[in-house]
Design a protein around this ligand. Structure first.
Ligand SMILES: Nc1ncnc2c1ncn2[C@@H]1O[C@H](COP(=O)(O)OP(=O)(O)OP(=O)(O)O)[C@@H](O)[C@H]1O
Length: 263
């Protein structure tokens, strides 16, 4: 990782234990300004748990977590369940718990290609539109670190590529750090600076190319996946060195729902 990119967060030998089982074991990592770090690993590998540690939603059972003082974090959750009986436009959704002025709101929605959705019902958005609105919500915090938990979930293949391109563009424009969970190695590798391959512990980490050739990566994902990536990596020709907590949000949504019921 380039040394001129300051650390935003450092984990030192962090372990998380649920019901006497180590879900994370002695994980050490650093997240940097203006760098995309992609977290990969099989189901149940502890990826979301690690993200929740980074967000401060889970306290490590042991080890240390350091955050840059005053760090602003924007979080795009994997899923968000909002009661459909609650009428909710995109505009209202983006105001919950945040107080963006209308210029900033419009500007941010435009940045994610969702400016035309402002007055639409949040419930009726497509998968890709929902992800863009969730991304806009994370960006409204003007984050120094953007944390994206499977940002293309529920999006069709073309939409996935567009969303990953959008994430790269956001990093280019804002120079923020990005931590992203992804299963789409072939789509994200070209814009990723650093890959962490997790299976409850860090199996291997580093530059995408190095990780794809690591025996533990091949063991975890299979040779065909590794070869598919190697092929992709061989053919592309661009540079590698340049790419709110859902709990809070849900609490805010429920508070609004309760006050709407009381009114
Ligand atoms: N609060 C909890 N209490 C007990 N066990 C938990 C808790 N949260 C997660 N786990 C367990 O920890 C393990 C890792 O879960 P986690 O959601 O972090 O994995 P993941 O890598 O994000 O998986 P996926 O790719 O399927 O989303 C799983 O076995 C899960 O059941």
């Amino acid at each position: 990782m380039p040394e001129h990119h300051p650390d935003l967060i450092r984990l030192d030998q962090v372990s998380v234990r649920f019901a006497r089982e180590d879900v994370l074991s002695q994980v050490s990592l650093a997240l940097h300004d203006d760098c995309i770090t992609t977290l990969i690993g099989p189901n149940g590998a502890g990826k979301t748990t690690l993200v929740r540690v980074v967000l401060g939603l889970i306290k490590p059972s042991s080890g240390k977590l350091w955050k840059a003082p005053g760090l602003r974090v924007g979080y795009m959750p994997q899923k968000l369940h909002i009661d459909r009986t609650m009428p909710l436009t995109v505009k209202r959704f983006l105001h919950i718990g945040l107080k963006p002025d209308s210029h900033r709101l419009t500007q941010t929605l435009d940045q994610v290609g969702a400016g035309h959705l402002l007055k639409n019902s949040f419930h009726d958005l497509s998968g890709g539109e929902t992800q863009r609105v969730l991304l806009a919500r994370a960006l409204l915090r003007d984050p120094q670190l953007l944390v994206l938990d499977e940002p293309v979930q529920g999006v069709d293949v073309n939409g996935q590529t567009e969303l990953y391109q959008l994430i790269s563009a956001i990093r280019e424009q804002r120079k923020c750090g990005i931590l992203m969970i992804s299963h789409d190695l072939h789509l994200v590798m070209s814009s990723t600076d650093h890959v962490i391959c997790l299976n409850r512990h860090v199996c291997c980490s580093g530059h995408p190319e190095r990780v794809s050739n690591d025996p533990t990566f091949i063991e975890l994902f299979g040779r065909s996946q590794a070869q598919a990536f190697a092929l992709y990596n061989h053919h592309h020709d661009h540079r590698h060195d340049r790419l709110d907590s859902s709990c809070e949000l849900l609490q805010d949504v429920h508070a609004q729902h309760e006050s709407a019921k009381d009114a």
